[in-house]
Design a protein around this ligand. Structure first.
Ligand code: TYD
Length: 138
């Protein structure tokens, strides 16, 4: 599985840092939604789902967390700990976010508005969706 982590160029000067993100130039899709998580309780695992048709880029703009990516065949754990790094998560990818530092702010840029019908929240359904036989009924 190929993990796509964008490393953006901060515009730093003697006042501090600034990162700018433009759709189609820096972000490979039209940004239709932005959401962010903060005050995440220690030990919590978020996500636990995949999407049928949604691309996202995840940034830990403050603090740190980890993202588990699972395409049904392979899993990868990606730490997010720099505000200028963005993890691309395509559709068809099961994701879990965990190990949030108390100060973590996880910001997500999404290619579509919120649509509960786009979620796959059941892991066996996800495996079916990506064409993998979970073997449960054998
Ligand atoms: P949820 O999907 O449980 O978050 P995660 O999977 O990242 O742990 O979302 C939590 C709540 O927020 C749920 O009631 C749906 C709502 N929500 C929106 O209204 N809009 C959004 O863009 C998102 C991501 C969630």
């Amino acid at each position: 599985m190929q993990v796509v982590k964008y490393v953006f160029q901060p515009h730093g000067d003697n006042r501090g840092q600034l990162v700018s993100l433009e759709e189609y130039t820096d972000i490979p899709f039209e940004i239709k939604r932005v959401y962010y998580m903060y005050d995440t309780i220690e030990g919590v695992v978020r996500g636990h789902h995949a999407h049928k048709n949604l691309q996202q880029i995840l940034f830990c703009v403050h603090g740190s967390c980890k993202v588990l990516l699972d395409n049904g065949k392979e899993k990868k754990i990606v730490p997010l700990e720099k505000p200028y790094e963005g993890l691309y998560v395509a559709n068809n990818m099961w994701r879990e976010m965990y190990d949030f530092s108390p100060d973590a702010v996880l910001m997500v840029l999404a290619s579509e508005p919120y649509n509960e019908a786009d979620y796959i929240r059941d892991y066996d359904e996800f495996l079916k969706f990506v064409g993998i036989d979970s073997g449960r009924n054998k």
